[in-house]
Structures are given as C-alpha cells and as structure tokens.
Design a protein around this ligand. Structure first.
Ligand code: ADP
Ligand code: ZN
Length: 555
C-alpha cells in the first residue's frame, strides 16, 4: 500500500488504516487497472474510489442511481475538505449550469452523476472535453451499485447499459472501477462484460457478518404484529427497523405500534414512497438522531443511510430476494456490535410477492417486451431462493453465504461449531436454525424414488403432480394422463402427499432436482442427480424436535 494513499485516508477521513479489500482496490486503481469490488453493505466501498479520486489529477465521475446518496456523500466530502459535486434532477437547471461551469474550470475532484445523464448531449460534451483536455482529465469512472447493469440481478436499470457507451466515447479511456454488494457469479460476470471492464482486479470481501444473529419464523399475520410489538417493547432502548412489503402494511403496522408503544415512551416512525419528500426526510432525520426508536418502512428506506447503532432489523414480510434481504438486514450492527435480524413469514407473503411480480413495477416501462418477460422470470427465480431460505432447516447464514458464492465463509460457518461432521448438519451457532433442536431422519429411499421418477419425466410436471403420482393418488389428472401406469406410481404410498412434496422441495434445494422459473414451475434433474445411484448416497432431513411456538425466542 502506498504511503500517499494512507496519508490521504487519514487527512480526509481520519482513518488510520484501510479495511481488508479496500487496500487492494485502491492499489489496483492507482496502478491504472480496472477493478471490480464485491463487498457487502457497510464494508466501505466508497473509500475505495474516493481515495484515488482525491489523489489522481482531474475529475472522477461516480455513477450512482441513488439521489440521496449523492447528496449525503457530497456533503460529507465537502466537510472533509474535498471538492466534490453532484449533478442530478434534484438541482434546478440554473444550479446544473453552475455545476458544469465550475467543473469546466477544473474546480472539482469528484462528480456524482446519475446513469441517465451520461449520454445527455450537454453532459457528454462536457465529459469529452474534460477527458481530452490536458488541464482537467478524467482519470477514473467509478460505478456504484454496478449490479444494476445485469438483468440477472434484482435491480436492472436499462440506463446502466449506457455506461459502457459513455466510457467508450471519451477521447482517453479512464480507469473503470465497479462496485456492488451483490455477488452471485452470474451477476459478476455480467458486470464485467456489460461495463467492458478490462482485465479487472477483482476483490471479493467476505460477506459473513459474524455479529448478526439471523432468525426466521413462520407465523400468521396477527401473530406477527404481536411478535413485533413484544420485541420492540423488550428492546425499547434500542434502535431498530421493521420492514414491510407494502405501504399499506407500513401504515397499518406503524399505527398499531404507535398506539401500543406510545404509553411506554417508545416513538415509532414511518417511511415509504407514498409520503411527501419533507415528511420522509424528517422521518429519516429523526431516526438517525435517535429521536424515534423504531422505524416501520418499505424497502424505500435505508439506501445510503449509514446509521451504525441499529440493533435489530425485523422483516414483517418476505423480501423479493436473498440479495434484498441480506442488504436490508445488513443495516443492523454496522458498528460491529451484536445485532439481530428476523424474518417473519407465512404463505400470504409469497402470494403477495407473486402478485407484485405479475403486476410489474414502474421501472419496467423502460424495458422492451423481451426484457420484461425475462425480468419476470428472473424475479420468480429470486423469490424461489427466498422460499428456500424460509423452508431450510439448515444454517441460515450458510444458506445465504452459499447463495452469494462465498463458499469459504459458508464452509467456515458450517465448521465453526465443529461437532457433527455429517455434510448436511451444519451450524454457525448464531441463527435460529442452528439453535433449534432437529430430529434427523433418513429418507434416502424417498429421495431416490423421487429423483428416479423425475428422470423418466424431466421437466414435465410440477411438484404437486409428482408427489401425487408417487403417493399413488387416484385423481382425474392422473387417470387422464395414464400416469398410474408409470413406473414409480404409488411407490411412496405410505407417505403423505405433503411430505413427499416437502422432500422434493429439499431435493431441489440441495441440487438433486431443479425447478424451472415462472408461475407454474416444473421439476427436472439437478446437477447432483446422478449421485442418487451411488451406493453410498444418503439423504437426511431435519424436523424440529418439538413444534415451535411462534413467539418462541425473542432475544
Ligand atoms: P458501503 O458503501 O460499502 O455500504 P460505506 O462506504 O458507506 O459502505 O462505509 C461504511 C462505514 O464504514 C462508513 O461509516 C465509513 O465511514 C466506514 N469506513 C469505511 N472505511 C473505513 C476505514 N478504513 N476505517 C474505518 N472506518 C471506515
Ligand atoms: Zn447457523
């Protein structure tokens, strides 16, 4: 690490050292190399481009989709003695003119800019002029939330596809550094390709947030409200966020909580996109200043806010994807002290999510038909991973880390409590599944029967029909399609259909089977299907030893 970079870090930000990963990103950029930083929320991505931007001559463009983040960061950098600026639709045309004029005079070290702006003629002309001028120069383009360029991710933004064109149109190619908190392999590859990163230094820092406890509980809607209320009362001195999937639920829950908690002096805030700008800003401010303890909000809340002492994040509804969940839950415990994340769910949540997917969202209007169909399928896929999280009896942390491709950390989570060596009895010791007693049951025969049946009918039927056939059901559909003549029909007649479905679900989750996307998913073979023919193949499932109580353990 260059001493100058450390000096810059100290001079502007007051920190004495880089965090793991930050140093490698800064080094790569200063060496003139493209870079891709995959770091979880709170890891400190902004330092990675801000430090080089403050060291390199010229103006660094930071592409960001978040207006509030642009403003916050600009304010913070200004306070630190840097020369930042931003250009977005919240500025009046006159203000925008002023910013561009000053930028032409070489007054800024950084400029935050929305992706939609890049190819706008006036901005583009300025950028080209700056990049080509000996006096100014554009040493670096940093791209925040880079996963928005990928249609595999949850937040695809067509405007991100313009970034590459923008970069290619500059007379001198700048260094390009991309950042994201979303790390699946597919999205990563997409970022590299769609942004045209050239042999980037790729830094993936651990996604494991050891100080976070993860809890996941299935319960009815009424029980959820009671659970949240009890939890907030028991943690009245702490700061927390309760996420809901719709504005309506936010309003209803915030109302109920305010009524129940008012007498105890706990103040409840509310935040969603249906509120006016001022009301939202006020609400956010009050939360950051600890004037309100608990914030009930939709996912509109939290982007770009950096409050270190959030002690709990409760999801009152199921989020759209594991990415979304990990990001939102990850707003807890940014100071590194223990914090808790709970997901309360039930079947209604998944119905609501499917409804929201089918309805599409406003951003979809920018997509063409093919992109829209793709986005829909993709959202179903993301949701099914979330369903897997809710239903797994394995370690919750491991499930998420594996999803993000953080294999090493997942192995570690699995191994950290030692003890049992069986490959599907894993434990981080700090999630609700690891702390629950499960009975282990050998269902190898059922698993084999299910995989073998699917092998004869790959990608033909959904879970329910397969379970019906294996159970030996006498339904009209089975008769009509002559499935009662199939090999495997009735092979599991002593098991209930529900149980067989459950096993099929777990086979999908562990890669022996796989489901297609879409509203009516069909089941096919997974990459591990061949293993079931091994003599050594064993498949066990876990069941909670005692029926869990909804409000069992609020920590
Ligand atoms: P991200 O964008 O990855 O979510 P931020 O850039 O907002 O994360 O940084 C998260 C927090 O960590 C901020 O409060 C930031 O000031 C702090 N931080 C970042 N880098 C360092 C460092 N090297 N030393 C100490 N604190 C840091
Ligand atoms: Zn665990």
């Amino acid at each position: 690490m260059q001493q100058m970079a450390l000096d810059t870090l100290g001079a502007y930000f007051g920190y004495t050292s880089f965090r793991p990963g930050q140093d490698r990103m800064v080094d790569a950029i200063l060496a003139g190399r493209d870079a891709l930083g995959v770091m979880p929320t709170g890891a400190g991505k902004s330092i990675c481009y801000q430090v080089p931007a403050l060291m390199l001559p010229g103006i660094t463009f930071v592409v960001s989709p978040l207006l509030s983040l642009m403003e916050d960061q600009t304010r913070a950098l200004l306070a630190a003695g840097a020369r930042p600026s931003y250009l977005n639709s919240s500025l009046t045309p006159a203000q925008q003119n002023t910013v561009l004029k000053r930028a032409r005079e070489g007054r800024y070290q950084l400029m935050y800019v929305a992706p939609e702006r890049l190819l706008e003629p006036r901005f583009l002309a300025f950028a080209q002029e700056a990049a080509g001028s000996a006096g100014i120069g554009v040493p670096l383009v940093a791209i925040d939330e880079a996963h928005c360029v990928s249609q595999w991710g949850q937040d695809f933004r067509p405007a991100y596809l313009q970034i590459r064109e923008f970069i290619d149109s500059l007379p001198q190619r700048p260094i390009v550094a991309a950042f994201t908190a979303t790390a699946t392999e597919r999205v990563r590859a997409d970022i590299q390709q769609m942004l045209g990163l050239q042999n980037p230094a790729t830094v993936v820092t651990g996604f494991d947030r050891k100080n976070l406890y993860f809890g996941c509980e299935e319960m009815g809607d009424k029980a959820k409200t009671a659970w949240v209320r009890d939890y907030v009362i028991a943690h009245s001195s702490e700061s927390g966020i309760v996420y809901c999937s719709t504005r309506k639920t936010v309003d209803a829950l915030a109302g109920e909580l305010a009524e129940a908690l008012g007498p105890s002096g706990i103040r409840v805030g509310r935040y969603h996109a249906g509120m006016g700008n001022d009301a939202r800003r006020q609400s956010q401010r009050a939360f950051i200043d600890d004037d309100i303890q608990v914030m009930v909000a939709t996912n509109a809340f939290g982007m770009g806010i950096d409050k270190p002492n959030v002690r709990y994040v409760i999801h009152n509804n199921v989020p759209e994807s594991i990415e979304a969940y990990y990001q939102e839950a990850g707003r807890a415990g940014r100071d590194g002290d223990p914090a808790s994340c709970y997901l309360l769910w039930n079947g209604n949540d998944f119905r609501m999510r499917r409804f929201l997917i089918d309805r599409g969202d406003a951003a979809d209007e920018a997509l063409d038909d093919e992109q829209r169909a793709w986005a829909l399928q993709n959202r179903y896929r993301l949701l099914s991973q979330m369903e897997g999280y809710c239903n797994t009896t394995g370690c919750l942390r491991e499930y998420m880390l594996r999803y993000f491709g953080d294999e090493a950390a997942a192995e570690h989570a699995a191994a950290s409590t030692g003890g049992t060596a069986a490959d599907d009895v894993e434990s981080c010791g700090n999630c609700s599944n690891c702390l629950t007693q499960f009975e282990v049951e050998d269902v190898t025969d059922m698993a084999r029967a299910a995989v073998r049946y699917v092998a004869t009918r790959p990608m033909r039927f959904g879970k329910s029909l397969i379970a019906d056939v294996l159970h030996g059901g006498n339904t009209e559909r089975i008769r009509q399609m002559h499935l009662d003549e199939d090999r495997g029909y009735g092979e599991l007649s002593s098991e209930s259909v529900g149980r067989i479905k459950d096993i099929i679900g777990q086979l999908c989750g562990r890669g022996y089977l796989a489901t297609s996307q879409g509203q009516y998913p069909v089941v096919g073979l997974g990459p591990r299907a061949v293993e079931v023919e091994d003599e050594a193949f064993a498949f066990t499932v876990k069941r909670r030893a005692s029926k869990r109580k909804a409000s069992a353990r609020a920590r």
